[in-house]
Design a protein around this ligand. Sequence first.
Ligand code: ADP
Length: 608
Amino acid sequence: MRSVADTKTKTSQKLRSVLGFVLKTAWKKRPALFAVYLLQLTAEVARTMLLMILPKYLIEAFVAVAGGAPFSEYRSRIVGIVAAIVCVTFFASLISSGCGHIRTALGEWFNRCLSEQLADHAMAMDYEHTEDPAALDQLNKAREGADWYSGGVEGILQGLYAIVLNAAVIVGVVTIVVMGCPWLLVIQGASLLLIGWFNYRNNKIEVQSFLALAAVNRKFGYYFYQLADFRYGKDIRLYDSVDMMGEKAARENKNMFLIWKRQATETRKNSLAMDVVNTLRDGGSYFYIGFLTIKGAITLGDFSMYSSAAGTFYWGVWSIVNGVQEIVKRCSYLYEYLQFLDYPAAMEKGTEPVGEDEHVIEFRDVGFRYPRSETYVLRHVNLTIRSGEHLSIVGLNGAGKTTFIKLLCRLYDVTEGEILVDGKNIKRYSDEEYRKLFAVVFQDFRLFAFSLKENVALQDSEHADLARVEEALRLSGVYDDTIKLEKGMDTMIYKSFDETGTELSGGQKQKVAISRALYKNAPVVILDEPTAALDPVAEYEIYRRFHELVGGKTALYISHRLSSCKFCDHIAVFADDTIKEYGTHAELVNKPGGIYAEMFAAQAQYYV
Ligand code: ADP
């Protein structure tokens, strides 16, 4: 497995991966982009070369006329050159800006594609990664690296384009200069080497800051964006925690500032050295060409052409050096995106399909501790759940009930022992197939800012069967509330995207979540404290109609209200990291010294 901490991957490998990815993506999705680049390249090379050469002939004509030659002899040449300069400038600019607009629009489109792919991948990655700080930092680096840090696909292509454009211009310039002023190339070349070196050092410092900023930015983003979400508003206000949040945010702000400050201090020395080299280069070049002109080795027109060529050569090579460094930097940023797409899976993937028949679930000596934790949460758990069985899971908070469900749904893999479904280790099944077995309502379920219908049908929402959605809402007891909503099944949950959206009560939300599980029609229904937010009447209704709700399906039911256990075939009591008691209500309720008996007796006094 690749080490996540391996940030020192070779630059050449990063370049190969990113350039390969970018070129393939662009070629596959928008091949016309390459034609746009070619057109722009032709226009810009033609403009640069002609604007360097044509003024030489113009100046030579002026000098001749100033020296006494008849104007009529030079008139058509002067007019022709001026017209050529105007036309070249106009048409090249027109083509260049047209191509620029197309590229900007396509660049945005590519960025959206990358973001979409990133979001898809983040949602599909192993659940375990959603609480792994290394994976979350990688996601953050990918998000920032793919967008404005690297410029995305277009940003990299634009960098490549700049290199190709300048290489073409330099070939032309060198051909011209080498004949008349070869030393000019030496002066420019030497200064370029020095500038390139100082610039390389600056880029290295910037990349280091970027990597250091990823973790700080994630925390900073949490304070400023997530906590500003109105859903956190009640707790923040009522627990008077604005100052506490503010202090935490200020601390991250300060860390961020320190990183930027260090970057500015370290880059300043290199920037100063670059200024000195630039000054020496310009002075040296003019001295050399001026000397040749005074000596009569070159004409005044040549002086103009070579001065312009020196500048073009310098900026051309500089742009290439800079472009290569820029592209290395951008590729390092975008590489973080590819790293995230390639993030090592936390769990081995099976391929086998799940059979159609009845399903038997078996926990065989299962032990589990959470990733990055030394403490076992569950140990020696042995349990068989027959098809169609209704099992109630009880135990104090923190006893491992929800963890048991997460293991069954394979959100995590067991640390010890194995879980079998139909006699096969669940690791052998394909994730997609295996998850079809379960319809789960977790305690911390989430409704989404989509329509009511979409919230119930979810994976099937494009072709949601309205009658089944309504039936599921009816079964969970929330249908009567929802038909009163202005837009019925199309009412948006929350007001995030629609001001007519609704804010359901806790109990209503829980019922919608139960409806979602019922709509899925999976063979195993799992409800983790399904009645926690319900009022006593609704709670009673759910218990009373529990068999009707889940039908003949296997059902697992975590509950703190032990009166609900009477409705189940078996009860598993979790305590001391394992299943301490197992049996029917009748068997356990009178067991002397039993945990269940004690818990039941304690609660019964409120129900009698
Ligand atoms: P229950 O559902 O019975 O209340 P849980 O299964 O949620 O208990 O938790 C069992 C134990 O595992 C608790 O001590 C809890 O702190 C710990 N735990 C739960 N989730 C995580 C997690 N994601 N990472 C580390 N420990 C966890």
